[in-house]
Design a protein around this ligand. Structure first.
Ligand code: 5AD
Ligand code: SF4
Length: 479
């Protein structure tokens, strides 16, 4: 398309750090400029999303806006008139993938010059990334951030009518927008945002900068959305927040996560999940609510990050390994059969091998049912990135492999214990590896493959587990 750049705003990390902000709620529906609606006739879109669940929820909102304008979704970028890359910045390898993907789009743009290529999400909340895109990837037409997705229609209208490259990335969050259109990616499981942003500022993490200050949605709005999902036949909702425990604190109206979870469970959706819980401030009241409701899944994702107290302190995690273990003990005591998963970072700056072994010891203590493991990745402008690191990449990889081996033992043990028993499984679709098989998840989030008819997708069925393959299970349908 066009070459001229129009800078509406660029992100500034000093502003992104600001927390003394107040917010209000906006219920106005978005309007579609008539020129964009005319342009959309017969045209298509494709969104490529990377990263966490919050990004997938954003994709649904962007899809909703584009469809309201009149664009139709297509299954491949090759057939799309508008391609949006919805990015993640949490680790460098996520960013590398995005650059690879943008590079590949060059051929599409060369073949069809009027294709509009847009980049949004956490990665472009960093000024140096925008500079790199503008410098190297001249085929990108639109760059917008995490705080102005709701303006997608007007931004596209600018690109289409003025034929400019538009850059509009805000540093500060807007008010909370309700009533945005959305096209759900699934007809039986849904993500529901309960809060946006994060105020924890763990020293390695870029999220508090890219997603801004913690802002909770009003409980009535969340409950309304959950009720609508129930009425539409949804089998599962996952309540989303970077730190769900903090839900409601900013509302100053007595709202809390325990209360919200209790109310959501009462709506009666068969499966209620939530992500992510910070071990700090995980209230006993929350554990009691989880234990009380049959439809709250007995699965808690509780990122530990490290098992060493000194590293936890340097990470700014606000708990010690002993406090974490105490919390796990309490959860296991009050919620029989609960599954616990975690996130672990190896190779934080200057982590010693002995400190790393404390993490291994934590894994042995908790006996995690599943885990996500990462090698530390320095993120621009975060406090940890300023620490001079004496651990080599080779040592970090070696520790990573050692940790994965240890996790295979506890995860394998938790999967093996399920063999011979029957569990309810929400059927997701045909298995990725073998299209003749179906796959789905147990209440404790274990992946199960089994033979069955495709018509079962979206239903909860009983599956007897026959074999454990550590990270997945093989089973058979039972009546
Ligand atoms: N390097 C490696 N892993 C990270 N995470 C967050 N920031 C970083 C980083 N800089 C991991 C944490 C978090 C998960 C979503 O990503 O484990 O819980
Ligand atoms: Fe990042 Fe910590 Fe916030 Fe999680 S709690 S998003 S790791 S700053």
């Amino acid at each position: 398309m066009a070459n001229k750049c129009e800078f509406i705003s660029l992100p500034d990390d000093k502003l992104e750090r600001r927390r003394n902000l107040s917010f209000s709620f906006n219920y106005e529906e978005i309007t579609i400029p008539s020129t964009l609606a005319s342009f959309a006739k017969g045209r298509t879109y494709f969104i490529h999303t990377l990263g966490c669940q919050a990004n997938y929820r954003d994709e649904e909102v962007m899809g909703g806006i584009l469809e309201k304008a009149g664009f139709k979704k297509v299954a491949s970028e090759k057939d799309a008139n508008i391609i949006i890359i919805n990015t993640c910045a949490v680790r460098e390898n996520a960013e590398d993938k995005v650059f690879g993907y943008i590079g590949n789009l060059k051929a599409i743009k060369a073949a069809r010059k009027d294709t509009i290529i847009a980049i949004c999400g956490c990665m472009v909340q960093q000024k140096h990334i925008i500079e790199k895109i503008l410098d190297i990837y001249k085929h990108v037409d639109l760059i917008f951030g995490t705080h102005n997705i709701y303006e997608l229609a007007s931004m596209l209208n600018e690109v289409v009518t003025k034929r400019v490259r538009l850059i509009d990335v805000k540093s500060l969050p807007s008010d909370i927008k309700e009533n945005l259109p959305s096209t759900r990616l699934s007809s039986f499981k849904a993500f529901v945002n309960i809060s946006y942003g994060c105020d924890k500022f763990c020293t390695y993490c870029i999220v508090p900068y890219t997603r801004g200050k913690e802002r909770s949605r009003k409980m009535v709005d969340i409950l309304k959305e959950c009720q609508e999902l129930k009425d539409a036949g949804y089998q599962e909702v996952t309540l989303l927040g970077q730190n769900v425990n903090a839900y409601g604190k900013d509302l100053n109206d007595g709202s809390s996560f325990a209360h919200l979870l209790d109310e959501v469970a009462k709506i009666g959706i068969p499966r209620v999940r939530f992500l992510t819980s910070h071990p700090w401030d995980f209230k006993e009241e929350m554990i009691d609510v989880i234990a009380k409701h049959k439809n709250i899944m007995k699965y808690i994702h509780l990122p530990v990050q490290s098992g060493d107290d000194e590293i936890l302190k340097l990470m700014g995690r606000r708990y010690t390994s002993a406090q974490y273990k105490e919390l796990v003990d309490l959860i296991k005591r009050k919620i029989p059969g609960v599954a616990i998963s975690t996130d672990i970072i190896v190779g934080f700056p200057n982590e010693t091998y002995e400190q790393f072994l404390k993490t291994v010891e934590m894994v042995k203590y908790v006996r995690y049912d599943s885990a996500f493991t990462f090698i530390y990745s320095p993120r621009n402008n975060t406090p940890a990135a300023k620490i001079k690191d004496n651990v080599t990449a080779k040592e970090k990889s070696q520790r990573f492999r050692e940790l994965v081996k240890e996790l295979e033992v506890t995860v394998g043990e938790s999967s093996s214990k399920m063999v011979g028993n029957t569990y309810p499984v929400l059927v997701e679709g045909a298995s990725e590896k073998n299209p003749k098989m179906l796959s789905g998840y147990t209440e404790t989030n274990k992946l199960v493959h089994f033979k069955g008819d495709i018509s079962l997708v979206g239903q909860i069925v009983n599956v007897k587990i026959n074999e454990s393959h550590v990270y997945s299970l093989m089973g058979e349908l039972v009546k």
